[in-house]
Design a protein around this ligand. Structure first.
Ligand code: SF4
Length: 258
């Protein structure tokens, strides 16, 4: 039987950096706190490499208009490199698509010092520690919800939120439900789905887009193709109402916050 821990109310962090100071010291999930350390070096390809082995913060400019949410860092990807969507095949699949539409400076994401910059785009995950077999417990997702909730609240310029996979989709629905204090209809996940959310009475809109996760398995089986992923990002750019020009010398917010 899973132990149930309640989500603490918003602590009103002043910035993403402040939030990340607490986040990287978190050991609320004993199973994940053990696994993120134990898994280090278990892949012969990275033996001898020093792993990050801590919760992995989001990456990108704090004034991003597009937020991409995945499931969790990979044991030998984000958990190794210390940067989300970095150092594994999923990262390459994602970055190729982001680069093609002008949201990433490079078509790869290999390490924290690879010089990758993101344009108006912030990457994060529903769960901040790598789970064994990519399968978090419900209690672990509940524990970690406090961080994604705070993170989304701090990304004040965001207009479009892309969920990579069902867990990220359900997490984003929960975030908005909690932030708005109301239920959100039409909650089922299907690739390409766009959910429009109205904020208050002022007519302000936010958009949630559902996408299959760019995992090697989904890409190899053709469940998700590069073109499908590019089309998701083109839709996000259109809904976010900006033209990514960071890497062609024009204006824009291209710096990433490691
Ligand atoms: S998954 Fe989240 S709540 Fe659990 S230990 Fe990691 S950072 Fe903390």
């Amino acid at each position: 039987m899973e132990e149930r821990k309640e989500v603490t109310p918003n602590r009103a962090y002043g910035s993403i950096e402040e939030l990340n100071r607490d986040l990287i010291a978190c050991s609320l999930c004993p199973r994940l706190a053990r696994y993120r350390v134990e898994v280090a070096g278990s892949n012969p390809r990275y033996r001898g490499e020093r792993y990050w082995s801590r919760p992995v913060p989001g990456y990108g400019p704090a004034d991003a208009r597009i937020v991409v949410v995945g499931l969790a860092p990979a044991p030998h990807g984000g958990n190794r490199t210390g940067r989300v969507f970095t150092g594994d095949y999923t990262a390459t699949n994602l970055m190729k698509a982001l680069h093609q539409v002008g949201l990433a400076s490079k078509p790869y994401s290999r390490s924290r010092d690879d010089g990758l910059e993101l344009c108006g785009t912030y990457l994060t995950a529903a769960l901040k520690c790598a789970p064994p077999d990519n399968r978090p417990l419900a209690s672990e997702l509940r524990n970690c919800f406090r961080y994604i909730l705070e993170e989304i609240a701090l990304l004040r310029n965001a207009r479009v939120y892309i969920a990579l996979g069902r867990v990220a989709w359900d997490t984003l629905i929960k975030v908005f439900r909690q932030m708005l204090g109301t239920d959100i209809p039409s909650r089922s996940f299907s690739h390409g789905k766009v959910l429009e959310i109205s904020l208050g009475g002022g007519g302000e809109k936010r958009y949630l887009i559902a996408s299959y996760h760019p995992s090697p398995r989904n890409m190899w089986t053709g469940t998700l193709t590069h073109e499908m992923l590019v089309s998701v990002f083109r839709k996000a750019i259109e809904l976010a109402g900006f033209t990514p020009r960071c890497f062609s010398g024009a204006s824009g917010s291209g710096r990433g916050d490691p």
